[in-house]
Ligand binder design. Structure first.
Ligand SMILES: [Zn+2]
Length: 111
């Protein structure tokens, strides 16, 4: 399962940064254009964090909306899919500006 390895990556990163301290909260940004399913991450997080310093930590997923710049009309357009088209002119040469994120924004550790 794709999400399982992603979640494991998130957990490894958090543990590395926490330096042996207990982790209380984790904020993760997931772009709406990434193929990652937030619910699956939440589910995997529960399972994967058991028995680690992350156990019981509050996971917050922040969704980043898709946005792109249209190469036809030069305007910025919202994107709901990876190869979406411009909402202004219908052009499909849109360069993605945001929405592909998958990163840990912040962790809070217990001092
Ligand atoms: Zn356009």
């Amino acid at each position: 399962m794709h999400e399982m390895s992603i979640t494991q990556g998130i957990i490894d990163l958090c543990l590395e940064h926490a330096g042996g301290r207990r982790i209380l909260t984790v904020d993760v940004e997931i772009g709406e254009l990434s193929s990652v399913v937030p619910e699956a991450i939440e589910f995997c997080f529960e399972a994967c964090s058991q028995g680690t310093l992350l156990e019981g930590a509050l996971l917050t997923i922040i969704r980043i909306p898709g946005r792109g710049t249209c190469q036809e009309c030069g305007r910025e357009t919202p994107l709901t899919e990876l190869y979406g088209s411009c909402t202004h002119c219908g052009g499909n040469r849109v360069v993605i500006v945001s929405g592909e994120e998958l990163r840990v924004r912040e962790i809070e550790v217990d001092d």
